[in-house]
Write a protein that binds this ligand. Structure first.
Ligand SMILES: Nc1ncnc2c1ncn2[C@@H]1O[C@H](COP(=O)(O)OP(=O)(O)OP(=O)(O)O)[C@@H](O)[C@H]1O
Length: 732
């Protein structure tokens, strides 16, 4: 091996310190290649302005985790999970290294190639397939099955007389099913064609050799006892041979078919098609997670997947409001008969007619292990006693891993699809999803969808509001609990809110003002004479306000607590103002932005939606605000900082203009805090209490909404390859 060249030292070298990679030999034609590879940490930098950036982006999203994707330069990170996902959508070790080499300005560093080889050689080689209600461990590589059968646990789980004429001494040999006859657009030949095209352009692969490989080769398998599936899965993970889960739904004659198709008028969008092609690319249903921005139509993706599988489907959502929305969307997009859809919530316990159907419920209803009403217990028996073709899991990022385990062990299902907008990766619970549901199959780029007009273009701004001297001196004196109250109620912030509402109402916008703090929500709304909705608002009043907001031109602003973060589809809204928020939740920030991404007017010429975050200057809120924005910044949003709102101080009827009224107001705020007239509202406490009260009002009990500090990794749930990888990184 040749010795590595040393960095070239020049005038700017000191700025790069250990990140000086000028020693890496640039290829002659590097200018036409779009990727830089960091040999030390497996990060890729993509020049998003390159003519082949689109193809490169497709490829990088398939093999790596997007870290940050602003307009011109994108950053991706290679991880064992991302490589696991790459293999699960059909990419092979050599393809990955070859394509990377084609796209890279420098030869693929050996450290990176080694990681790819280590993580992918064994991944995807073993599949768990449920055929006619029997579980098979399947592989195209007999040697791998032999290796598995040397393991006591796996050998013990094997069915020795499978009853199909096979003695169990030799592997059952059969043909892998072909992808023909698959109906959803983009998952059949066309999607494979697109993939093939990309590969051909990039690596000039021989199509016959590579693309159709899976369809022509023999596969080998052995049957395992269904009660041992979980143990075998665990054991395979420990042996660095994780099993991919696939459902051969077209050959499943055991489970009755469900009559469901997309309506002819339903046209799915290209990115929805692409995400589904990752799931159904080889004619079977792969379990995994699809990540699409808020408002990009995850519901239709889930419905199209259900229309493809055409077997009994269980849909789980976070609240009873979502349950009703899913039902309505199934009826809107597909031709399913209403009698075939059943709803299972605290208020409704229906069953579908016929032998196949859809049940829509909440995670908490299905995971609940407490004493249940007679009706609920019967409904659970109905769910438990049958085999489900497809399990659709909505908003997987807010559901604790324990709840998933409960659900997954309760429901016998062949394929699982998780849907989410923000897969926050450093949370251990999110990591668990990879193995509880499956790998991430697809993640869309927010900016691309905005450019194509599928979601709105949003101008984001952080408005810095000076604390008034009275509030600030109180702030400096107080404990952190009261501090949070003071920066939320800062009179300059109230004024900014008043000003922005007036300005945007004047432009014809419909405005939602968000506050996590119910006390602040009420006070602001009452002062500015606008309606507000929070957990305690009755259903009739809530519906009335939402209806007025949508249809009454005289009502253009409403205040919403965190009950409005999800499950509220208000395409009329074009402007968001956030006055108080969870202290560091990037996820919540993204979900709030999601409320305006679906703006009806998004395709009007020059249309922009607006997202303002009001922050009290020189307080802790500034730190939390910066932290919250990180996810959106990584998606390419730029937050402008506004330090002065032009004309605000001269505005007619500006609240708290004089010192006396501000002192009065301060007194009221402090008194309110003392008397505990409001919910205890230190942010962490509020979050915990809200999980018990506000969410239960909307049927979302037990949802985890807070973002947690990264907990210590639990040894037993961590994939060994990941451990290995971490160890190596630590040692490096
Ligand atoms: N292919 C399509 N054609 C027309 N309209 C679509 C299509 N896909 C989605 N929509 C519309 O886009 C809007 C947003 O869809 P949906 O509510 O499923 O988004 P979402 O991704 O679930 O958002 P969130 O994460 O905020 O819940 C809906 O009004 C839906 O009807």
């Amino acid at each position: 091996m040749s010795t590595p060249r040393l960095p070239r030292y020049d005038a700017v070298s000191r700025l790069f310190d250990r990140q000086d990679y000028t020693y890496l030999p640039l290829k002659k034609d590097h200018a036409s290649r779009p990727i830089w590879i960091n040999p030390e940490n497996g990060h890729f930098i993509l020049e998003a302005f390159s003519p082949i950036a689109d193809q490169a982006q497709d490829f990088l999203t398939a093999i790596a985790e997007p870290v940050s994707r602003p307009a011109h330069i994108h950053e991706y990170r290679l991880t064992p999970y991302s490589l696991y996902a790459a293999v699960s959508v059909g990419l092979e070790t050599n393809d990955i290294i070859d394509v990377l080499n084609r796209l890279s300005k420098v030869p693929v560093p050996e450290s990176v190639a080694k990681l790819i080889r280590e993580c992918t050689l064994s991944y995807g080689k073993v599949k768990l397939v449920l055929k006619q209600n029997r579980y098979y461990v399947e592989s195209q590589h007999p040697s791998i099955l032999q290796r598995l059968l040397k393991d006591d646990v796996i050998r013990g789980a094997r069915v020795l007389d499978s009853g199909d004429g096979n003695s169990g001494n030799s592997f059952l040999q059969n043909k892998a099913p072909t992808a023909d006859g698959l109906k959803i657009p983009g998952t059949g030949k066309k999607a494979q064609g697109q993939d093939a095209e990309m590969f051909n352009t990039l690596i000039e692969l021989d199509k016959d050799d590579e693309v159709g490989e899976d369809e022509s080769e023999d596969v080998h398998s052995f049957e395992i006892v269904s009660a041992q599936v979980e143990n075998v899965r665990k054991r395979c993970n420990q042996l660095d041979l994780p099993m991919l889960e696939e459902y051969d739904f077209r050959n499943d004659t055991f489970n009755p078919d469900l009559e469901i198709d997309l309506k002819p008028i339903t046209v799915i969008r290209p990115y929805q098609e692409k995400s589904l092609s990752k799931m159904f690319g080889n004619g079977r249903a792969r379990s995994g997670i699809i990540v699409l921005p808020c408002g990009a139509g995850k519901t239709l993706v889930g419905i199209t997947a259900a229309c493809t599988v055409k077997k009994s489907t269980l849909v789980l959502c976070t609240s009873s409001v979502s349950v009703m929305q899913w039902k309505q969307q199934f009826l809107m997009w597909s031709n399913i008969k209403e009698s075939r859809i059943a709803v299972f919530t605290a208020d409704q316990k229906e069953r579908f007619s016929g032998d196949a159907g859809i049940v829509i419920s909440t995670y908490s209803m299905v995971a609940n292990t407490r004493q249940r009403s007679y009706e609920s217990a019967k409904m659970m028996e109905f769910i438990r006693s049958r085999e489900w073709g497809f399990l659709l899991l909505d908003e997987v990022h807010v559901v604790p891993a324990q709840m998933f385990r409960q659900v997954i062990s309760t429901v016998a299902t062949h394929a699982k699809l998780g849907l989410t907008a923000t897969l926050v990766r450093e949370d251990e619970k999110i990591d668990d999803l990879n193995f509880l549901i499956g790998p991430k199959l697809y993640e869309a780029n927010w900016m691309d969808l905005a450019l194509q007009g599928h979601i709105a273009t949003v101008q984001c701004a952080e408005v810095w509001c000076e604390m008034t001297p009275e509030f600030y001196s109180e702030y400096l004196r107080e404990t952190s609990r009261k501090r949070a109250l003071l920066y939320a109620m800062n009179p300059r912030k109230v004024q900014a809110c008043q000003y922005l509402i007036r300005y945007h109402e004047g432009r014809g916008d419909k405005i939602i003002v968000f506050s996590d703090n119910v006390y602040a929500l009420r006070e602001y709304a009452l002062l500015l004479k606008k309606p507000f909705i929070y957990g305690g608002t009755g259903q009739t009043e809530r519906m009335n306000i939402l209806h007025q907001f949508q249809h009454n031109p005289a009502l253009n602003t409403m205040f919403l607590s965190k009950v409005g973060d999800t499950s509220i589809d208000l395409p009329e809204a074009t402007c968001l103002i956030q006055i108080s928020s969870h202290y560091g939740s990037r996820r919540q920030e993204a979900q709030r932005l999601g409320r305006i991404l679906r703006a009806k007017r998004r395709n009007d010429e020059g249309f922009n939606a607006f997202f303002y975050s009001l922050v009290s200057k020189d307080t802790q809120e500034m730190y939390y605000s910066t932290k919250r924005q990180q996810f959106l910044i990584d998606q390419g949003y730029a937050f402008k900082v506004i330090t002065h709102l032009e004309g605000m101080d001269d505005m007619e009827n500006l609240v708290y203009r004089d010192k006396a009224s501000r002192l009065d107001y301060l007194h009221t705020v402090l008194m309110a805090s003392e008397r505990r007239r409001m919910p205890r509202w230190r942010t962490t406490t509020l979050a915990r209490r809200a999980a018990g009260s506000l969410q239960s009002l909307s049927g979302g009990d037990s949802m985890a909404y807070m973002e947690y500090e990264r907990p210590k990794a639990k040894k037993d749930v961590q994939h060994p390859l990941f451990k290995k990888y971490k160890k190596k990184r630590g040692a490096a």
